[in-house]
Design a protein around this ligand. Structure first.
Ligand SMILES: [Zn+2]
Length: 407
């Protein structure tokens, strides 16, 4: 063969080989890909099992986890943990666009992303709050219990045990899924408001503010939990403004029968309550842990109501401003702001010139599976940069607060 013939032969061979390869990829590639997606659910399930196993192991393994998630030596004296229920990036973006000044959320410098799934891809608020308050993924609807329905000690309960003073503030009833997941333990969130109120009374939580007074004083067991609270030293009121300058050592402020109303009725409750809670908790000069929830961002998302979302975001952001103002002055307080999940599949599609408002759309009346932001300020804030499971928030907090086995 001549030199030319050889090179022509190998070129043809090469082309044939490439065609054959392409055929193979097209033939086998797509079923393989399909199989991979089909296994993804299984994969997630496996991750949960692994992480559950992880937590059941001895302290030695926990300390490995600790090294992985903990990047700072500074310990906060106080922690203010704020949850915008249903607050995804679009909810924040919409408020940021509509705000006249910059938002308090823009003051944070350490920001991370939290993966929100429960044992289902789409979490509910009970499993979402339980992940953050106990470090375990559980079934939707379960309040601070494992998948096997065993009670789990919450970050607030660890804090109480270590003699921190503690508090809870929310714009929902105080027995709603998110606040309840910090002090209650129930296999289902449905129809257990009165049981949860009784479980609250088993604790010594210094501040409780929100709705649902009827779950305390209108009960089948004839107990009047408001009277019991008074006897135990709580200042009990139905109006946050009525407290005025007074700083009691314990405070029970229940502003409504059932759920609190929208902003036009409930007024400045959330920012005022956040301020008052901080005053009460900071008074004894010991460590404090406060959980604050902007609950109705979620309800606005369920209602697919963009105006309602923005209104609630502004209200929540005012509470965040108060927390940050205190933390800046105090110098020893960690402020953490995050969400349990996004609600509504909310999107901003442009600007409506006629209505002078955002053009928005929703993909669902329920929650979505998107990651949510985590904003951190203060000692230990660096630990919250990065992308991680929502359960990690518990471990990071527990470590930073020097609680439990990590001491
Ligand atoms: Zn929620």
């Amino acid at each position: 063969m001549t030199k030319q013939a050889i090179s022509l032969f190998s070129k043809n061979n090469l082309i044939l080989l490439l065609i054959a390869l392409l055929g193979l990829i097209l033939f086998f590639g797509s079923p393989l890909r399909k199989k991979k997606y089909a296994q993804e659910g299984q994969f997630y399930e496996q991750v949960y099992l692994e992480s559950l196993k992880y937590k059941l192991t001895e302290n030695k393994k926990d300390s490995i986890r600790e090294q992985r998630t903990y990047v700072t030596k500074s310990q906060p004296k106080n922690v203010i943990f704020m949850i915008g229920d249903g607050m995804g990036l679009t909810q924040i973006s919409a408020a940021e666009i509509m705000a006249e000044d910059s938002m308090a959320l823009e003051r944070f410098r350490h920001i991370g992303l939290s993966k929100t799934k429960s044992t289902k891809l789409i979490t509910d608020s009970a499993a979402g709050a339980t992940a953050m308050s106990t470090g375990q993924k559980t079934h939707n609807g379960v309040i601070a219990m494992t998948k096997e329905l065993k009670p789990l000690k919450t970050i607030l309960e660890y804090a109480e045990e270590a003699s921190w003073v503690t508090g809870i503030v929310t714009t929902s009833t105080v027995t709603h899924a998110t606040p309840a997941s910090f002090y209650g333990h129930q296999p289902t969130r449905a129809k257990v408001n009165r049981q949860l109120a009784a479980q609250f009374m088993e604790h010594d939580i210094e501040v409780l503010m929100g709705g649902g007074i009827n779950y305390f004083n209108d009960r089948d067991d004839q107990r009047d939990l408001l009277e019991e609270a008074r006897e135990r030293g709580y200042f009990v009121t139905e109006d946050v403004e009525q407290i005025g300058e007074y700083v009691p050592s314990k405070l029970l402020c229940l502003i409504s029968t059932g759920q609190p109303k929208r902003l036009d009725i409930r007024g400045n409750f959330l920012p005022l309550a956040t301020n008052k809670a901080i005053e009460v908790l900071a008074k004894p000069k010991t460590n404090f842990f406060l959980m604050v929830e902007g609950a109705q961002i979620d309800w606005a998302g369920h209602a697919n109501n963009s105006d309602y979302i923005i209104e609630e975001m502004f209200d929540f952001d005012k509470a965040v401003a108060h927390a940050l103002d205190f933390a800046e002055k105090d110098g020893n307080t960690l402020v953490l702001v995050t969400a349990d999940h996004e609600t509504g599949g909310y999107a901003i599609n442009g600007w409506d010139k006629e209505k002078e408002k955002l053009k928005t759309e929703f993909t669902t009346g329920y929650h979505t599976g998107t990651m949510v932001p985590v904003f951190a300020y203060g000692p230990g804030a660096e630990s919250f940069a990065g992308i991680y499971e929502n359960t990690e928030i518990f471990y990071k907090l527990k470590h930073l607060m020097g609680l439990g086995n990590f001491q």
